[in-house]
Design a binder for this molecule. Sequence first.
Ligand code: APR
Length: 241
Amino acid sequence: MTITNKNIFILTGAGISSESGIKTFREKDGLWDNHKIEEVCTIEAFQKNPDKVNRFYNERKISFNRSEISPNKGHIALFELEKICKKDFLIVTQNIDSLHEKAGSKNLLHMHGSLESLYCMYCGNKIAYDFDLDSSYVCFKCKKPGNVRVDVVWFGEQPKYLDQIYKFLDKTEVFISIGTSNNVYPAAGFIDYILSRKEKILLYEFNLEETAKSGLFTESFKGYASETLPNFLELVSNGIY
Ligand code: APR
């Protein structure tokens, strides 16, 4: 058997980037231990105190851009897997960093947005940026201040690319979940959606620990993604998976 002859869907979460030096959300001392979701990650928070929200994301962007932050062996293994996959391949990431693209991955969707861009809530203008955002920033298209925000999906908002994602899930033959605690929907429900198709689909999970959905997978690979993914890639290359 080789999974490279099948349509492969990869879901990634914060765990794949943690070994690159980016904090996860729900582990001990994770981002949600030190910040309140309702103060930095909702439209209501932005309307009430835009600069608190902007500061949170400015700091995150600065931390992503630190010189020591680079793709790890897990990201690179996924790029290698994409290269040897003969059918369709898609990575859907919940992460807002750019480590998958830096590793070379091409078929990639950021379902929770990314910190590469801002957009204007008034006119929809999308702006690539490399500066600290503050609420006095004026959209250069509509010339209105106060409406420009990070291009990140906040709690209560609809994730991006869902039509494309579910279309791919309908033809997925191998579903691989990496470094996500499976707490946030709809991503956490992708496996339920796939199982509702009642077809034989290979389901692999890579995580340091058991998650809420571990029992649904064909096989779980416990350990650091920077080790388990290159090992898996080697097994795939040798036709074991
Ligand atoms: N290798 C594999 N798994 C790891 C590693 C690692 N090196 N390090 C951590 N993990 C696992 C943890 O065991 C945990 O299950 O990664 C998972 C991280 O979970 P969360 O912090 O909940 O991150 P994630 O699932 O991506 O969160 C989803 O929540 O707040 C939102 O929008 C935010 O996109 C995020 C969403």
